[in-house]
Design a protein. Sequence first.
Length: 122
Amino acid sequence: MGNVVNFDPRKQRMRKASGGGPNKPHPRYVRKRTTNGPLADWIPGVALAAGITILATAMLTSPMASGIGCDIKGNVSTTGERIFHVPGQEYYRETVVNPLRGERWFCSEEAAREAGWRKAYR
């Protein structure tokens, strides 16, 4: 017998369509890199740094981070209503305080009510 040639018509079509060898991707699937000038490279880094700064500031200025021990959670609902949760209520453990959304910690129920927040029903 002579030399055996590995001929697979599917591979031949792929090579012909891509215009290159087996490791070169088809031009349709190659991501095009677009640059919008010299600012395009550093803008995402600046946005990330600003976001980290805002988050760190919000976390460090919360009463829980400073060690005061205020345990009443002020939560802003999806409708914008300001509700506070006290320990022992049904959704207290699930409630997360996000200062970036205007939520905060309170040290007493009176302080929460004076700030315009209402107590959670459950």
